[in-house]
Unconditional design. Structure first.
Length: 235
C-alpha cells in the first residue's frame, strides 16, 4: 500500500485548509490513497478547539505589526504558531485502513495515531543526531534543551471526521522562535520551545529539504508503507 507525499512549499494557511477539506472528502470516497501534505505557512497563530484566549499574549495591533494572522480552526489542542522555516505536515489518512496496535481494536484509534506521528518525528530528530522523546501526559515531541530543560520541538493537533484525519503536526526546523513569545505555546507556560537548528551541531548546514525527505522516509518506516512523491493530485 502507498502513501502519497505532496510537498507544497510556502502556502497560506486558509488555502491549506481548503486543500485539506478537499482531500478529506476524496479520501472518504476512496478516490485517493492516504496522503501526506508537507508545507510551510506565512506567520499565523491558530486557535484549536481547546484554546484559551488568555494564552494569546499579543494585542491585535502587535499581531498586525508583526504580520501575523490569527485564525480559529477545528483541530484539537490549544494555541500554536506557524511560520516560515517550520515544517507542517497534514496526513489525510483513513484510520480504518491502519492496523491497530492493541488487541482490543481492529483499526487504529486516535491516540495510537498520535503516538505514531510522534514516533515519526522522534526518528526524524535522531536522523540529525538530536535525541528526542515524549513526556507522559503531554502530546508532542520534546528534546533536552541547551539549558538542560525539556523543550518542545514538535506540536501535534488533529481533526478526525468519519475516521479520516486532517491537520497534523508542526516541527520547528529553522524558524524564528521569537514569534512564540506572542503566545503560551500549546497552553504550556512551564516549558520552552526549540528547533532543530538550535539543537544540531552545525545549524548552518541544516536545510529544510533534508528534513522534508527525512519526515517522508520515517512515515514510510513507521507506517510500513511505500511513499510515493507526487506533484499534484489533479483535484
Amino acid at each position: 500500500m502507498l502513501i502519497n507525499v505532496l510537498y507544497r512549499g510556502l502556502v497560506d494557511y486558509e488555502a491549506a485548509l481548503q486543500l485539506q477539506r478537499a482531500l478529506v472528502e476524496l479520501r472518504k470516497q476512496g478516490r485517493i490513497a492516504d496522503t501526506l501534505i508537507l508545507l510551510e505557512h506565512p506567520p499565523v497563530i491558530t486557535l484549536g478547539r481547546s484554546a484559551k484566549k488568555s494564552n494569546l499574549l499579543a494585542s491585535p495591533e502587535i499581531l498586525a505589526q508583526r504580520g501575523v494572522q490569527l485564525i480559529e480552526c477545528d483541530r484539537g489542542g490549544d494555541i500554536t504558531f506557524h511560520g516560515p522555516g517550520q515544517l507542517v505536515g497534514y496526513p489525510i489518512f483513513d484510520l480504518r485502513g491502519l492496523t491497530a496496535r492493541s488487541e482490543r481494536r481492529k483499526t487504529l484509534g486516535a491516540v495510537d495515531f498520535v503516538r505514531l506521528l510522534e514516533e515519526v518525528l522522534i526518528r526524524t530528530c535522531a536522523d540529525f543526531a538530536v535525541p528526542a522523546g515524549r513526556i507522559p501526559g503531554l502530546t508532542g515531541v520534546w528534546v533536552e534543551g541547551s539549558r538542560g530543560e525539556q523543550a518542545k520541538i514538535a506540536a501535534i493537533g488533529l481533526h478526525i471526521s468519519r475516521s479520516v484525519t486532517s491537520h497534523g503536526f508542526a516541527m520547528n526546523v529553522i524558524n524564528d522562535l521569537d514569534y512564540f513569545n506572542l503566545i503560551v505555546p500549546c497552553g504550556i507556560a512551564s516549558r520552552p520551545v526549540t528547533s532543530l537548528a538550535r539543537e544540531v551541531r552545525d545549524p548552518q548546514s541544516l536545510k529544510m529539504e533534508q528534513v522534508v525527505h527525512a519526515v517522508a522516509r520515517n512515515f514510510g518506516r513507521v507506517f510500513v508503507r511505500q511513499m510515493l512523491w507526487i506533484e499534484d493530485l489533479k483535484l
